[in-house]
Design a protein around this ligand. Structure first.
Ligand SMILES: C[S@@+](CC[C@H](N)C(=O)[O-])C[C@H]1O[C@@H](n2cnc3c(N)ncnc32)[C@H](O)[C@@H]1O
Length: 282
């Protein structure tokens, strides 16, 4: 049974990943294997104690500390899962889903697979009717990423992985979305223009403004894209406790930029000014 299909209110089962929260809200993820102990900074817990409980119940550590047990949200899981590459962090992945307008049932190509963080978010948003193909040039990354997906969903989710260089081309056609997290997205612009349907969306995530400049220049020069927009997501959590109401003192300074653009119809002659940049339309 996958995490998404699991009945609400069902008890925690062997093999599931659970999130343990201490009284200060510190998080530990654990896989529920009978007979194992989980060691935390607040004492250890016999995982047998957790099996069969409902989400939201509490267990005691060997040191007598109370810990709440929950199924992790996808974003809790993603930031804790093993990684072999940089990740698209939840704040940016959430914007990818919204700005690239990823909808249930969409046909999407993603590159690269990396550790599978963005792939997890995409699979969730696409649902069982969606079709996701991931290009990954480093074959050795694929088993690790697939293990991350399987651990979360409880089974291998439905997706196609192509161990190939997306700079050489996109096999799929009539795509709704092309979503990129790789070093030179401008080298995918022409392939994306051929693979996307009219109105489809190109979306690239990159940490450096130099990458953004090359990508936007390629989108403009190609003349098959409109509504080109680049944005950065700033996320600031707040402390709200009694009379203490203030932003957290620490904040992630920088992760990356998103660039999105819409594919013009093939019949359109295209032009640098067609459709304009997103802010021109306001
Ligand atoms: C930053 S990681 C992606 C991380 C991923 N989005 C995640 O959230 O876990 C970039 C990935 O792109 C892959 N990559 C780089 N160039 C590529 C190319 N031309 N075609 C396919 N994959 C590529 C790399 O091997 C690496 O796994």
């Amino acid at each position: 049974m996958s995490v998404d299909e699991r009945d609400r209110g069902s008890t925690l089962e062997e093999g599931e990943v659970v999130l343990l929260l201490d009284r200060q809200g510190r998080r530990t993820l654990a896989r529920l294997w009978p007979g194992r102990r989980l060691h935390t900074h607040r004492g250890s817990i016999a995982l047998n104690e957790v099996l069969g409980r409902r989400e939201g119940s509490a267990v005691r550590t060997s040191a007598g500390e109370r810990m709440i047990v929950l199924r992790p949200r996808l974003i809790d899981y993603v930031v804790e899962m093993p990684r072999q590459t940089g990740l698209v962090y939840p704040k940016d992945a959430a914007f990818v889903l919204a700005w690239a307008d990823v909808f249930p049932g969409a046909r999407v190509v993603e590159a690269g697979l990396g550790s599978g963080a963005l792939t997890l978010m995409l699979l969730r948003a696409l649902g069982p009717r969606g079709a996701l193909t991931c290009y990954e040039v480093r074959a050795e990354f694929v088993p690790h990423a697939l293990a991350n997906l399987e651990r979360f969903f409880g089974q291998r989710p439905s997706l196609v992985v192509r161990e190939r260089d997306i700079y050489d081309g996109i096999v799929e056609t009539d795509l709704d979305r092309v979503i990129l997290d790789l070093p030179e997205p401008w080298r995918v612009v022409a392939h994306a223009a051929s693979a996307l349907r009219a109105g489809g969306i190109f979306c690239a995530y990159n940490p450096s403004m130099a990458q953004v400049q090359h990508t936007v220049a390629a989108l403009r020069a190609h003349r098959r894209f409109a509504a080109i927009e680049t944005l950065e997501v700033l996320y600031r959590s707040w402390v709200v406790r009694d009379e203490v109401v203030r932003p957290e003192q620490q904040m992630v300074g920088h992760t990356g930029f998103l660039t999105v653009a819409r594919r013009l119809d093939a019949e359109e002659p295209g032009g640098e000014d067609d459709g304009g940049d997103a802010d021109d339309a306001e």
